[in-house]
Design a protein around this ligand. Structure first.
Ligand SMILES: Cc1cc2nc3c(=O)[nH]c(=O)nc-3n(C[C@H](O)[C@H](O)[C@H](O)COP(=O)(O)O)c2cc1C
Length: 217
C-alpha cells in the first residue's frame, strides 16, 4: 500500500482487537519512529502498551480504551511544536496504515497517566491510539471544496490532487477549520482558522496535501 492509498483507506478506528503488536511489526514501528524523530527533532515514542492513558470515561464510551498501543507525541516546547507534531505524526499514522494497523488521534487522553518520557523543556502534546481494528472505521462527512478552497476555476491538476488528499485528513472533532489557497504565483498555502487543536490539524492537513500534490508547501 502506498501513502496515497493509505490516505484513502485511513479512518479513525476506536474499537480494537485484544491482539498485541509483536515481533517484526513492533520493530518496524520503532524504526519508523526513530527515522521521523531524526528528521524532525521531535521525541515521538512508541508505547507498545497504552497503559492507563485511555481510561477516562469518554474514551471508555467510545471504545478507545481497547487500543493496545499508542504513539506519544512529545517534543521541545516551541511556537511551532503542535503543527510539527501534526505533520510528522500523520507521517507515522499513514505508515501504520500501510502495514495493516489502525489508528486514532486522541486529544482527550489522560496526560497525567501517560507513560511517555518527557524531557526537560518538552511537552506531551497528543496521543495516537494504535492497534488492529475491529473494523476499518468509516469515511468522515467533509465540508465541500467551495467551503475549504480559494482558487481560480481552472486550478492545476497537482493542486486539485492536493486538495482531495487534504479533505481526507483527520481533524479534531472533524472541524476542518482551514483554508487552502492557490496563490497568483501558482504556489499553494494552507492557513488555520484557529481554535482548539487547529495547529495539530494544520500540520496533518499540510502533510496530506503534500502527498496528494507531490509538492512541498
Ligand atoms: C488533533 C486531533 C484530536 C483528536 N482527538 C480525538 C479524541 O480525543 N477522541 C476521539 O474519539 N477522536 C479524536 N480525534 C479523531 C477525530 O474525531 C477524527 O479524525 C474526525 O472525526 C475525522 O474522522 P476520520 O479520522 O475517520 O477521517 C482527533 C483527531 C485529531 C486530528
Amino acid at each position: 500500500m502506498t501513502e496515497s492509498e493509505a490516505i484513502q483507506a485511513r479512518h479513525s478506528v476506536r474499537q480494537y482487537k485484544a491482539k498485541a503488536i509483536e515481533g517484526d511489526v513492533a520493530k518496524q514501528i520503532e524504526d519508523k519512529v526513530a527515522e521521523v524523530n531524526a528528521e524532525s527533532g521531535l521525541h515521538f515514542q512508541f508505547l507498545n502498551d497504552s497503559g492507563t492513558a485511555y481510561t477516562n470515561l469518554f474514551l471508555k464510551i467510545t471504545g478507545l480504551n481497547s487500543a493496545p498501543a499508542s504513539i506519544a507525541c512529545v517534543g521541545k516546547d516551541s511556537a511551532d511544536l503542535e503543527e510539527k507534531v501534526g505533520y510528522y505524526g500523520e507521517k507515522i499514522v499513514l505508515f501504520l496504515q500501510t502495514i495493516g494497523l489502525n489508528t486514532c488521534w486522541v486529544g482527550s487522553f489522560n496526560k497525567k497517566r501517560s507513560e511517555a518520557e518527557i524531557g526537560e523543556g518538552e511537552k506531551n502534546v497528543i496521543s495516537i491510539a494504535v492497534g488492529y481494528g475491529e473494523n476499518e472505521g468509516k469515511a468522515h462527512k467533509s465540508k465541500s471544496v467551495d467551503q475549504l478552497v480559494e482558487a481560480k476555476a481552472d486550478s492545476p491538476e497537482w493542486f486539485n490532487e492536493g486538495v482531495k488528499a487534504a479533505l481526507l485528513a483527520p481533524t479534531a472533532l472533524n472541524q476542518q477549520k482551514f483554508v487552502i489557497r492557490l496563490k497568483d504565483d501558482d504556489s499553494a498555502e494552507i492557513v488555520s482558522k484557529g481554535g482548539a487543536f487547529t495547529s495539530v490539524d494544520l500540520g496533518i492537513v499540510k502533510y496530506h496535501f503534500e502527498v496528494g500534490s507531490g509538492r512541498k508547501l
